[in-house]
Write a protein that binds this ligand. Structure first.
Ligand SMILES: Cc1ncc(C[n+]2csc(CCOP(=O)(O)OP(=O)(O)O)c2C)c(N)n1
Length: 335
């Protein structure tokens, strides 16, 4: 990691918060994959291992009223925005206490009370959704920021390009955050993209665009803090390409023996949560004992969330017709 700049020099509380978030994400992800492989969790689960520093930095720079749209690879994003780990896990298990009463599953997490607006399974579909949210913020005269996270593959989808273009044209308050893990399912980026400089695609539409090392927490914090400040100040949309690497298979159960061993080993050596812990202890920001206490909290939270999810009831037949159609229609006269 680079040394922290003045802006990213952390208060002890912020350091602990980010380490706890990164470790909670890693442990919950590890356990969810174990559960799916064992057949106890019979659901699609899309691991986020490798994205922990990007998620922690994003959580740190967003305000409570900012809004986030994410993808199926959403565990870290959801935790960063403050969604309950218990409710996320219950949703994964298809249980009534899940964020969508068990009817959405891992691809459809949302909790609008904390600004976690939606997640989708359709690659690239989050970008046009944020156009509406961004337009809403602009019409409200609010300075809230709308963020959308998406993979590198999403930048080859037509809807993503339409969204980038309109966001610039309308100068919407949107941060486009590309979590570039360098794979689209089982295809490496160089085999599906003519140019792998995704930042340049956004720049071509006329918006500020930056590329940052997404394994480097301090560099990512600096980059995202500046980007969010610029969007909030009315500077129009900003695109950030955070370079990471997928540390697991595409899904919780997918084979990933096709990933080059040297690339994976190099990425694993930069595994965000353990690397940040080592920095915290070596720099004296936290003692071994204090770092262990944070780790203990993360382990307990994950154990508690899985136990809660497994004990939660399945939705009954009475839930079949609830939350299916929108019933509270907008009254435009009153708006
Ligand atoms: C429009 C669309 N096309 C194809 C798929 C199938 N699909 C699911 S995930 C995925 C890979 C997307 O790669 P990327 O955007 O880089 O995200 P990552 O999974 O690497 O986070 C594809 C092609 C889909 N869900 N939606």
């Amino acid at each position: 990691m680079t040394a922290p700049t003045t802006e990213t020099l952390l208060s002890r509380a912020a350091a602990e918060r980010m380490y706890e978030l990164m470790l909670t994400t890693k442990l919950a992800d590890d356990q969810a994959r174990e559960e799916t492989k064992a057949g106890r969790l019979q659901a699609a689960f899309y691991p986020v291992r490798g994205l922990e520093a990007v998620c922690a930095a994003l959580g740190e720079v967003l305000r409570a009223d900012d809004q986030l749209v994410s993808t199926y690879r959403n565990l870290g994003d959801a935790l960063a925005k403050g969604v309950s780990l218990r409710a996320i896990m219950a949703e994964l298990y298809g249980r009534l206490d899940g964020v969508s009463k068990g009817k959405g599953g891992s691809m459809h997490l949302h909790d609008t009370t904390v600004g976690f607006m939606t997640t989708t399974g359709i690659v690239g579909s989050g970008l046009p959704i944020t156009l509406g949210l961004g337009l809403g913020a602009q019409l409200d005269g609010s300075d809230r920021v709308v963020v959308v996270t998406f993979g590198d593959g999403a930048t080859s989808i037509g809807a993503a390009h339409e969204a980038l273009n309109l966001a610039v044209l309308w100068q919407l308050p949107i941060l486009f955050l590309c979590q570039n893990n360098q794979w689209g399912e089982h295809t490496p980026i160089a085999e599906y993209a003519g140019s792998t400089d995704l930042r340049a695609r956004a720049e071509a539409y006329g918006m500020a665009a930056h590329r940052v090392d997404g394994f480097d927490l301090f560099a990512t914090l600096d980059c995202l803090r500046d980007a969010v400040a610029s969007v909030r100040a009315g500077g129009g949309p900003v695109f950030v390409e955070a370079m990471t690497y997928r540390l697991t298979g595409h899904t919780g159960t997918a084979d990933f023996s096709y990933v080059p061993a040297d690339e994976l080993a190099a990425a694993m050596a930069r595994d965000p949560a353990p690397v940040f812990r080592a920095w915290l202890v070596e720099s004296g920001a936290l003692s071994e004992g204090e770092a262990n206490a944070v780790a203990h909290r993360a382990e307990s939270a994950v154990a508690d969330a899985f136990a809660f999810a497994q004990a939660s009831p399945l939705p009954g037949p009475d839930e079949l017709w609830t939350d299916v159609f929108a019933t509270d229609l907008i009254n435009w006269e009153e708006r």
